[in-house]
Write a protein that binds this ligand. Structure first.
Ligand SMILES: CC(C)(COP(=O)(O)OP(=O)(O)OC[C@H]1O[C@@H](n2cnc3c(N)ncnc32)[C@H](O)[C@@H]1OP(=O)(O)O)[C@@H](O)C(=O)NCCC(=O)NCCS
Length: 143
């Protein structure tokens, strides 16, 4: 049995911290180790959705960040990852659908996300759920 929930900044455990630190290397090759304080901040500022197994352990996560700009209120989906042993069961799809529903509920005008073309499953998932590729250059500056 799995349950979906948004991380509650007041009810995070050390197991949650360990689980998130197990998932992040499956998202990016050398992520920073995150601590409880950081996860609490993220849970306060953004909608960090997780899926828990029957033991309450986190097996995947996805985050909706809101962007408030002069052009309007929109959202950015990021940190979408499902533990390797839990993939192919519809969790990724459920994550994105739930975040789209939340974005609509929050009256966001649109949602954005990025995904490297090497991420075959992720690109397939986003396009299947209605995200369209934009002819926009994506830039990054490390600070
Ligand atoms: C992307 C990811 C979150 C999908 O999670 P998931 O729970 O396995 O996704 P689902 O079970 O909901 O499957 C979603 C779709 O991806 C497809 N898929 C899975 N693996 C695939 C692969 N290797 N190639 C193509 N499509 C694939 C599934 O078949 C499904 O599409 P379908 O219903 O049309 O068959 C997961 O693969 C993952 O964590 N990848 C590593 C991290 C990552 O790339 N994150 C995205 C960052 S942008």
């Amino acid at each position: 049995m799995t349950t979906y929930e948004f991380l509650d900044p007041h009810h995070l455990t050390e197991d949650d911290v360990a689980d998130i630190n197990r998932l992040l290397p499956q998202l990016t090759p050398s992520p920073a180790v995150v601590d409880l304080t950081h996860i609490i901040e993220v849970a306060k500022l953004s909608a960090a959705l997780v899926v828990r197994d029957e033991h309450g352990r986190i097996q995947g996560t996805a985050t909706l960040c809101s962007i408030d700009a002069l052009t309007g209120h929109s959202g950015f989906i990021t940190n979408v990852v499902v533990d390797e042993s839990w993939r192919g069961r519809g969790i990724g799809e459920a994550f994105v659908k739930q975040l789209v529903t939340l974005a609509q509920f929050q009256s966001m005008h649109h949602l954005e996300l990025t995904s490297n073309s090497a991420r075959v499953a992720a690109n397939h998932l986003y396009q299947k759920l209605g995200f369209r590729q934009r002819p926009t250059n994506h830039y990054l500056m490390l600070l």
